[in-house]
Design a protein around this ligand. Sequence first.
Ligand SMILES: *Cc1c(COP(=O)(O)O)cnc(C)c1O
Length: 455
Amino acid sequence: MKTIIEPFRIKVVEPIRMTTREEREQKMAQADFNPFRLRAEDVLIDLLTDSGTGAMSTRQWAGIMEGDESYAGARSFFRFEAAVRGVFGHRHVIPTHQGRASERLLCAAVVKQGDLIPGNTHFDTTRANIEASHAEALDIPIAEARDPENLHPFKGNIDLDRLAQVLEREHHRVPFVLITVTNNSGGGQPVSMENLRSAKSICQRFGVPLFLDAARFAENAYFIKLREPGFQDKSPREIAKEMFSYSDGALMSMKKDAFGNIGGVISLNSDSWAEKIRTLLILTEGFVTYGGLAGRDLEALAIGLEEVLEEDYLRYRIASTAYVGKHLEAEGVPLLKPFGGHAIYLNGRKFCEHLQDEQLPGWSLSVALYEHAGIRACEIGNVMFGRRKPDGSWQWPALDLVRLAIPRRVYTQSHMDYVVEAIGELYRKRQEIRGLTFVQRHDVLPHFSARFRKV
Ligand SMILES: *Cc1c(COP(=O)(O)O)cnc(C)c1O
């Protein structure tokens, strides 16, 4: 059969609400043209993020009832620890309430002022946490990653030559290297096993630990199965275990590939780092066997980690995301290629060729998409990563993207057909999309809070 179906049936439904164009224009103006400021109720199809927005399974909901809420030593923690260790394989498993808590704890424990953290492309909160520690976050993806049309199968790869050069010169100020699988900010692109293996051997040469930012490790594992010679007959779990075997530790936002509505983890081998992190954990997150989560969350995450590695699920997940990409491509919409695992990325600059970088083409597109069809998307471009230089001029990122992130097990094919139709319509009248300018902008993670006006 060519048709790939959702490998589940629906047991509980949540209504979504249609709005009129007039209503949406008014809501968007009230939100100061920042989709993060909208009320979710006013959104028809919410593709802002795939983080914490997934649907839990019957098994996970049953697990919620099994949650052990004991303060210390809860049964749910040991289930969680076993589930994480069973895939990641590191000695220490430390729960946190979400990915950025893992980042903050790791940075507070081991990153010093003036340090340097190289990676394929750091996620926004990762970069922000590194910079908040007065260290430098260095993105060194392969050159192909900068070309949105290039069809390289592993555009998430780190540039190994540059990694070796950087470590040769700077290893004394590199506490760890961080590779993000899949590369979210770089378009949900996978990292190959070969690249992980080589990165590990380079890191080893300089005695620098390699960490994975593993929010979407299962999607990455499935891409390896599909695209990398020698992995066709391996299970996603076997592939994931091999990926982690090249790492000394990992951070994970479990709101992604663990089907959690909340949750995170730090998993690592170093005893001394684990001790520092646990001390900080107790200070701000909670005791070491719950780390800011309820016992029921730990239970749901442990089950989610198993479910995400099921091959039927991953086949459906990767194919249904590509479905959106293929149909948008047929409408002529400029996209980042190959299609990512969790999201399709519109090329904001190319979509809105009539807008200058200062007019924030990607962000303007995300606003227009809501006004046109009630769809909420997330800019990953000029607003998120644009920097003001000391002379007051702007430095824009290589790509100005709009991410259509697809929540896990939430929307059906007809929702996606609506999305494709709406974006196709908007593309045909793209000249009407008006640019925006900042009214207010904070320096740290500006996209969450900025206010804009139309120009
Ligand atoms: C979501 C995400 C994070 C941050 O996790 P939160 O749970 O949102 O705090 C870090 N890295 C990557 C790659 C992510 O996708």
